[in-house]
Write a protein that binds this ligand. Structure first.
Ligand code: ATP
Length: 261
């Protein structure tokens, strides 16, 4: 069985129970943290700077040692470099000496996809982020937004089961963000992967997610969660004028402020 089908065969989402993380002799960043993300659910994680969002992501990714509590990703303990998890970070991490297409193809190669399929899969995903005309460009010739689009194309082309996105759009302007939101929405709505998405942007969280999980300061961990029952497919542009979107935004904003006090 190839890595692609292996990843699909044991999808059971993410389960975090009674997790506490402390660095050295410092008080814990958070304790007694419980979080369950169902397979195919899109969860946005928000909270004030320093509340532990990246630490929680890193623990789920196997980059931070867990001494208290339990984490299961697709029914297995976390480990760095697992073939069923994809990451997209604020910095795109494209290989600068490879073109857009070669960057996506390289990821397909690492994922064990047969060479005969690389080109068609890469061009398909490059088209989904509207970069067909840029397929033969090196990353240095792309804007930051375009590079993040390549990073999204690459991540979804390799067809993992869990996607961990840590502020992937944080350095983009408001209009470019909406374009990226629509492209991510389309990629996700067609594939329904399990996603955990860290952001400081409440509008972004409500636009994309099924559920917004709010972390509080002072080691309180998760303090609230807001369901986002907005119908799909969603359009980031249309949501800007949608009353229900603004009402959910208001609830999430209120929860975030409460978590910061
Ligand atoms: N390796 C580490 N060693 C010691 N302290 C750490 C380490 N990693 C994170 N911390 C501390 O843990 C706390 C939470 O950091 P973390 O990066 O998880 O927060 P965050 O919510 O993601 O913040 P931001 O929104 O600013 O990215 C901070 O006080 C940070 O200084």
């Amino acid at each position: 069985m190839g890595q692609r089908s292996m990843a699909a065969a044991r999808e059971s989402g993410i389960s975090v129970s009674n997790l506490a993380i402390a660095f050295g002799k410092m008080p814990p960043i958070f304790a007694n943290l419980d979080l369950r993300i169902a397979p195919g659910e899109f969860v946005a994680l928000v909270g004030a700077s320093g509340c532990g969002k990246t630490t929680l992501m890193n623990a789920i990714a196997g980059l931070v040692r867990v001494e208290e509590g339990n984490i299961q990703v697709n029914s297995l303990p976390p480990a760095a470099g697992r073939p069923d998890i994809a990451y997209v970070l604020a910095r795109d991490a494209l290989l600068p000496w490879r073109t857009v297409r070669e960057n996506v193809e390289y990821a397909l190669m690492l994922s064990g996809v047969p060479k005969a399929e690389w080109k068609s899969i890469a061009l398909d995903y490059i088209a989904r982020v509207d970069l067909t005309a840029h397929a033969d460009f090196l990353p240095a010739r792309l804007s930051h937004g375009q590079r993040q689009r390549v990073a999204l194309a690459r991540a979804f082309a390799v067809n993992r089961s869990v996607y961990m996105l840590d502020e992937p759009f944080s350095a983009l302007d408001a209009q470019t963000k909406l374009v990226l939101h629509d492209q991510l929405l389309a990629l996700w709505e067609q594939s329904r992967k399990t996603v955990i998405f860290v952001t400081h942007d409440i509008g972004e969280a409500v636009t994309l997610a099924d559920r917004v999980v709010v972390m509080g300061t002072k080691g309180r961990g998760i303090v609230d969660e807001i369901r986002v029952p907005l119908p799909r497919p969603r359009s980031a542009g249309d949501l800007q004028e949608n009353e229900a979107f603004h009402e959910i935004f208001r609830q999430a904003w209120h929860a975030l402020r409460k978590g910061m006090s």
